[in-house]
Design a protein around this ligand. Structure first.
Ligand SMILES: C[S@@+](CC[C@H](N)C(=O)[O-])C[C@H]1O[C@@H](n2cnc3c(N)ncnc32)[C@H](O)[C@@H]1O
Length: 112
């Protein structure tokens, strides 16, 4: 698979502020497109009691994320797909977390 984006994790202290800004509510569905090591998913599930789906192309990061989610007992709240986020159906998402380049964001913008 082609990686269109580098892996740059969001600093841990920023994540609760991002999710609070998005007013994430319990049971809401948060998608992180390019979820890296899953840190946004984990905070959404643990601190905001949301459900979360991570979509990540790099298998190494998917494995790391799945290991952490299992160790923290969050498997009932978090799902991780090893997939290209450009091919994912977002109908079930209430909140989207995106830490991507403007190039990738433009690719996902609706056509005019
Ligand atoms: C800037 S990092 C953000 C990681 C995480 N969301 C965070 O904020 O900590 C972007 C992530 O997108 C992943 N990625 C790049 N292209 C992708 C694609 N087409 N499909 C799925 N994941 C992709 C990279 O492997 C990387 O982990």
């Amino acid at each position: 698979m082609n990686y269109t984006e580098p892996y740059v994790p969001t600093p841990e202290d920023i994540i609760p502020r991002m999710l609070a800004l998005a007013s994430v509510m319990p049971e809401e569905m948060v998608f992180d497109l390019g979820s890296g090591d899953g840190r946004i998913l984990i905070t959404a599930a643990k601190d905001f009691h949301a459900r979360a789906v991570g979509v990540e192309a790099r298998m190494r990061l998917v494995r790391e994320c799945r290991r952490k989610v299992k160790e923290m007992g969050l498997s009932h709240q978090i799902t991780i797909w090893c997939r290209n986020f450009k091919k994912v159906n977002l109908r079930k998402a209430d909140v989207l977390a995106l830490f991507l380049s403007s190039y990738a964001l433009n690719l996902m913008a609706p056509c005019p």
